[in-house]
Design a protein around this ligand. Structure first.
Ligand code: BT5
Length: 253
């Protein structure tokens, strides 16, 4: 924690050599009452996961595999935006530590070109009294070489090292991510998404582009026109209709 500039996020860090998934550990700690801002970091995940229980390749010692417990006092429908807020925080942190400019693919990917360097997974922990905690999972590929990735993702994944041509100090990057997360989540909690929308759009790989949005029931193609202040993607299809997309996999065409 030496060098950490935050007041809340990461003041408690649970550091593990190995676990199944930092999301699972964080859910458990949250249930046991872990304070707002607790971070779980693991060198290796044996069952790292993405959305819809997809696998997240979590090579030992080469990435940042981390989950943050937040306890904001916000209604449940305000929670998906934390993914977008976290994306802005991570892009800014990557920029300040490595000088690299990454872009955000709505809702939860951070890319270099078309290759994914970071995934974000926001989960809720709720009970009969409502939402108890938000668990924000962050996976950043930092020092992998191409052959360190699982065969399935070798062609779609990249790391900061591959992009910059040099190894990146993970501790420094974790501290900067926590710092940026605190700044932007506080901003979101106090002022809503409005002040963040422009920042988000400035880093977006999606807005203004022709995209295909795969949802559980249908697939739509069109132009991604923007996001609303609730973080909903606005997709204009060829018939001129604008569809609000709440959750999807986006393919840039
Ligand atoms: C995500 O899901 O992108 C969210 C990933 C969140 C991972 C973090 S690590 C810390 C915390 N603990 C966890 O167990 N999870 C969180 P999704 O949008 O569903 O993307 C998953 C897809 O990304 C997979 O199906 C692969 O195609 C691809 N993928 C898997 N591992 C990757 C990697 N290391 N780098 C780039 N792409 C990867």
């Amino acid at each position: 924690q030496a060098g950490l500039k935050t007041k809340k996020i990461g003041q408690r860090i649970e550091y593990l050599e190995q676990c199944a998934s930092t999301q699972i550990v964080a859910h458990q700690l949250a249930q046991e009452g872990a304070p707002d801002g607790t971070a779980v970091i693991s060198e290796l995940q044996t069952e790292g996961r993405g959305r819809l229980m997809r696998k997240w390749d979590s090579a030992k010692g080469q990435g940042i595999w981390m989950s943050i417990i937040l306890r904001p006092e916000l209604p449940p429908h305000k929670s998906p935006q934390f993914t977008l807020v976290a994306a802005v925080a991570i892009v800014r942190a990557i920029q300040s530590v490595t000088g690299l400019d990454a872009s955000i693919k709505w809702p939860n990917d951070i890319l270099f070109g078309t290759k994914k360097a970071t995934g974000i997974l926001t989960e809720l922990q709720s009970d009969a009294d409502g939402i108890q905690a938000l668990i924000i999972g962050i996976g950043v590929n930092v020092n992998q070489e191409r052959e360190d990735f699982d065969a399935e993702v070798q062609d779609i994944a990249t790391s900061l090292r591959l992009e910059s041509g040099q190894p990146v100090n993970r501790r420094k990057l974790v501290q900067e991510i926590l710092h940026c997360l605190e700044i932007y989540t506080d901003m979101y909690i106090e002022e809503g998404f409005a002040p963040l929308k422009e920042l988000w759009e400035g880093h977006s790989a999606t807005i203004g582009k022709a995209v295909r949005a795969r949802m559980s029931r249908e697939t739509l193609e069109g132009i991604a026109e923007g996001i609303t202040e609730d973080g909903v993607l606005q997709l204009r299809t060829a018939d001129g209709k604008v569809h609000g997309i709440y959750s999807a996999d986006i393919e840039l065409k």
